[in-house]
Design a protein around this ligand. Structure first.
Ligand code: ADP
Length: 500
């Protein structure tokens, strides 16, 4: 397939942000906002505006969905492996843009380039590569129903898929949705998050060099005004959403009204259990990685409740603090920076509110780590020092509610059964880890922890190929795996051929 245009990587994120300002991407083209209704995208490290994007509403959503409907017939008719190859080609194309995408997402989200943003950009290509490679797994079964009848099942695309994403890992979460949707033969309309609409727009622009026009569209806008019409649009046959529990309920209700399927990846309050026999240094490194301190704790799977055996508790806290103290908070685009900023003023106020609440709670001992940047250019930046709270119970607000900030509760325990019960005593059930050298404990906990993603002696993020999703209030459905593509982006059709 010939490229419609060839994009040159642009590693100046401010210039790239300006060049994307004011556009949606519909039917293969960057399309200006249909009205003058735009909103600002700001650099959270300085507070300065870097671009304006369309505040799209019903009419832009309708335009994008119509383009997707037009493209879907030919896209679905393309042999699955050809679609897969095309998506694999897209991954190769993206590989050349990892640096610019990392820089752009660092600029708009405040996530540090070296520790987070560049890593996120490379996962996007990885997700496309993975799904491109499993296209031929879109197969059905033959059913031994009757010797006179050939009975088979086939996998059919759903049609047009609406994708609603949040701001914390916008490119990665979009890729884990659009790649399986596209490979399965669906066309897609993405609604980006208000706070982080630029890097995802750029990803879609890059992919549109290879994908037929209308197969992948993206619009920016606010939740109720833009996301709402996308869910409600009569031609959208499936919604896949990542965001808060409250919005997830709104989306699920609207999908229910239309009787269309919805995959929901919602919040988490993920427990980490450190047993008396754990390798302490590995557990300390795992806590720092698990808390996603380099992402300012803005992760659904953040290890925000850490249950530590009383024999290790004090040493564990001291060691985590010593290591986090060495992490440098600063300009997200600086290679030396480990920890960047919170995404927005609203989120900053929310996180600071939780920290104040925690400090006022009886028995709380907050351990503040690292240091705020001294650079005058960053004085308006939304930096928050990571805080480890000890002395709080699993019943405290900080241990029950999702904070989405660099705040964790370390809770002492003396007995495995109590730790397990407390870990499961949560409305959420997304991820969990246990740290132990005892095989029996590890296997027992992996069976009994109420979470969709359980790890033993490690704490890595979602990986293409592994099913990811939650139980309880953490959501419905699974993402990132082959089954996710089959179960969530296709309909199974039964075909019976009577041979008599
Ligand atoms: P967060 O609090 O992390 O921003 P939200 O759940 O509010 O999480 O947002 C996640 C995504 O859902 C964003 O793209 C947002 O614009 C979108 N959204 C918010 N409200 C609605 C809604 N009523 N209908 C559809 N999408 C929405």
């Amino acid at each position: 397939m010939t490229a419609r245009q060839t994009l040159t990587p642009n590693i100046d994120p401010k210039a790239l942000a300006r060049s994307l300002s004011g556009f949606n991407l519909i039917d293969g083209q960057l399309v200006p906002a249909s009205s003058s209704d735009t909103f600002a995208v700001c650099n959270p490290a300085t507070g300065l505006e870097i671009a304006r994007v369309p505040a799209s509403g019903r009419s832009e959503v309708d335009q994008a969905v119509r383009a997707a409907v037009r493209a879907q017939v030919d896209w679905a008719a393309m042999p699955a492996r050809k679609r897969g190859n095309l998506v694999g080609e897209c991954a190769r194309l993206l590989a050349a843009h990892v640096e610019e995408l990392g820089r752009l997402v660092a600029l708009e989200t405040g996530k540090a380039l070296r520790t987070e943003s560049r890593v996120e950009a490379s996962i996007v290509a990885d997700a496309l590569q993975f799904y491109g490679g499993v296209a031929s797994e879109l197969k059905g079964e033959s059913v031994p129903f009757s010797p006179e009848m050939l009975t088979i099942t086939t996998r059919e695309p759903i049609g047009v898929v609406g994708v609603i994403i949040p701001w914390n890992a916008p490119m990665m979460l979009m890729a884990l949705k659009i790649a399986p949707a596209l490979v399965a033969g669906n066309c897609v309309v993405v609604k980006s998050a208000e706070e982080a609409p630029l890097a995802v727009l750029r990803v879609c622009q890059i992919l549109n060099q290879l994908l037929p026009a209308g197969v992948l569209n993206i619009v920016s806008g606010f939740g109720p005004e833009c996301g709402g019409p996308l869910v409600a649009h009569p031609a959208v046959g499936k919604i896949t959403f990542t965001g808060s529990v409250e919005t997830g309920r709104i989306v699920a209700r609207a999908a229910g009204e239309k009787l269309i399927p919805a995959t929901l990846e919602l919040g988490g309050k993920s427990p980490m259990i450190v047993m008396h026999d754990a390798d302490l240094d590995k557990a300390v490194a795992g806590a720092i990685a698990g808390m996603r301190f380099t992402r300012q704790g803005q992760s659904c799977t953040a290890a925000s409740r850490i249950f530590v055996h009383e024999s290790l508790h004090d040493e564990f806290v001291a060691k985590v603090k010593a290591k986090v103290d060495l992490m440098k908070m600063g300009d997200p685009l600086d290679e030396a920076t480990d920890i960047g900023t919170i995404i927005s003023r609203a989120q900053y106020d929310k996180v600071c509110g939780y920290i104040e609440h925690g400090k006022a709670a009886s028995g709380a001992e907050p351990v503040e780590c690292s240091a705020l940047p001294g650079d005058a250019a960053l004085r308006d930046g939304l930096f928050v020092r990571p805080v480890i709270f000890t002395g709080l119970s699993n019943e405290s607000r900080l241990a029950r509610e999702e904070i989405f900030g660099p705040v964790t509760c370390v809770i002492k325990f003396s007995n495995y059964e109590d730790a397990l019960a407390a870990a499961n005593d949560s409305d959420y059930g997304l991820a969990a880890t246990i740290w132990t050298t005892n095989l029996k404990t590890a296997l027992d906990a992996s069976r009994r922890l109420q979470a969709g993603f359980v790890q033993i002696n490690q704490n890595i993020v979602v990986q293409p190929g592994l099913s990811y999703g939650g139980v309880k209030q953490s959501g419905l459905g699974r993402e990132a795996s082959l089954e996710a593509m089959l179960d969530h982006f296709t309909h199974k059709k039964t075909v019976i051929f009577n041979m008599q």
